[in-house]
Each structure stands twice: as structure tokens, then as C-alpha cells.
Design a protein around this ligand. Structure first.
Ligand SMILES: Cc1cc2nc3c(=O)[nH]c(=O)nc-3n(C[C@H](O)[C@H](O)[C@H](O)COP(=O)(O)O)c2cc1C
Length: 191
């Protein structure tokens, strides 16, 4: 079987964002796993405008070149780790917009969530994200690393406490298991 392809999605596009350093931490921890290839996916590089497709994504009629390029990127992955900060108790608009652009390309895939924020390690954003992922038929794994800006960062760089590293390892175990299982589901489904 081809190795699983897992995207680590930077959930923020803000200049000066921490999303890149959080995604790098996930990538560094994940790379030792030989059954999967991990790649960073940066929403800022895709430069998606606010949703400008006439049809809802569930119809699958994409007109805009940026939608087609984004669909091709997402289609190529078996699973996702979302590095998501909390913005006003939810996910950043850029991430919600990127999720809203597509439908079938997300379906029957797995995801893990690494959240971060000032309060509660971004837990409210993670919970909102779980609701969104369910609607897109993305199976979110139970384990979450929720990094506190107070306790898991030093000078802006992630310095996660030991239990956060354990949580990330559990997340990755669950994600690879479900990504493999869901690849079989997709292969058995007419798409
Ligand atoms: C618009 C905005 C809203 C925010 N709202 C919250 C919030 O509700 N709860 C929280 O814990 N942190 C909040 N924060 C702090 C962010 O979680 C923190 O700045 C984080 O580093 C942002 O991610 P980024 O650096 O990757 O953009 C907010 C930050 C921004 C920019």
C-alpha cells in the first residue's frame, strides 16, 4: 500500500502568526512514522478569497481556478492535522473559508486537531472545528493537543509540556489508523 499522505494545515494566515511554529512542531514529531508522509499546507499560499463560487461545494461544480487548485491539493491527502488557534472563541475565518470551498475532497478522511490559544489552549476553537468537520464527513480523532500560550510557548516558540507531546503522539496514532481505514472506505465507494 502507498504510504498515507497527511497534511498539516496552518489554520491561520495572520502576519506574525504562531501557526507555522506549531505546524513545524507537529511535523518534527510526526516525521519518525514510516507509514505516512507528512506535508505542511499553508492557507496563506493558496490565497483563497472569501467564497466566490456560485454553487455550494456539495454540488461539485467548481468554476474558479483557485478552487480547482485547492481541490487538487486537498484531494491528494488521506488525512489532516489542523493547527488551529482560537479567534473569538472559534476558528479563524480563513480556515472556515478554506473548509467551505470544498466538499467531496474532504469526505471520508480523518483529522486530528492541535489547538492553541491564550485561554484553555484553544479548546473552544477545537470544539467548533469538530462540528464543521462532521458536516464535511471528516472523522475527527479523540485525542487533541491543546497548547496554552502561557505554559507551552517560550518567546513565541512552542515548548510543549511533556503531556502535550504524549497527546500529540496519541493523536497521530489514532489519525494514521483511521486514515488507513478510511482510504479503504473511499476505494470501495463510487465517487
Ligand atoms: C482576532 C483574534 C481573536 C482572538 N481571540 C482569542 C480567544 O477568543 N481566545 C483565546 O484564547 N485567544 C484568542 N486570541 C489569541 C490567539 O489565540 C493567539 O494570538 C494565537 O497566537 C493566534 O494564532 P496565530 O498566531 O497563528 O494567528 C485571539 C487572537 C486574535 C488575533
Amino acid at each position: 500500500m502507498e504510504p498515507l499522505r497527511i497534511a498539516i494545515v496552518l489554520g491561520s494566515t495572520r502576519p506574525g502568526r504562531r501557526a507555522g511554529t506549531v505546524a513545524d512542531w507537529v511535523l518534527g514529531r510526526a516525521r519518525s512514522r514510516s507509514t505516512a508522509q507528512f506535508e505542511l499546507v499553508d492557507l496563506a499560499h493558496h490565497r483563497l478569497p472569501l467564497l466566490d463560487e456560485p454553487d455550494p461545494a456539495i454540488h461539485g461544480h467548481y468554476l474558479q481556478p483557485h478552487t480547482k487548485a485547492w481541490a487538487e491539493t486537498v484531494e491528494g491527502f488521506d488525512g489532516f492535522v489542523f493547527a488551529v488557534p482560537e479567534y473569538n472563541r472559534s476558528v479563524p475565518a480563513a480556515l472556515k473559508n478554506a473548509l467551505d470551498y470544498l466538499y467531496r475532497e474532504w469526505n471520508d478522511k480523518a483529522a486530528g486537531i492541535v489547538s492553541y490559544g491564550v485561554d484553555a489552549g484553544g479548546a473552544r476553537a477545537a470544539e467548533h472545528l469538530r462540528c464543521i468537520l462532521g458536516e464535511l464527513r471528516i472523522a475527527d480523532v479523540r485525542s487533541t493537543a491543546a497548547l496554552s500560550l502561557m505554559d507551552d510557548f517560550t518567546d513565541g516558540e512552542p515548548t510543549p509540556r511533556a503531556f502535550q507531546v504524549q497527546k500529540l503522539d496519541m493523536l497521530l496514532d489514532e489519525l494514521l489508523s483511521w486514515s488507513g481505514a478510511l482510504r479503504s472506505v473511499r476505494m470501495a465507494t463510487v465517487r
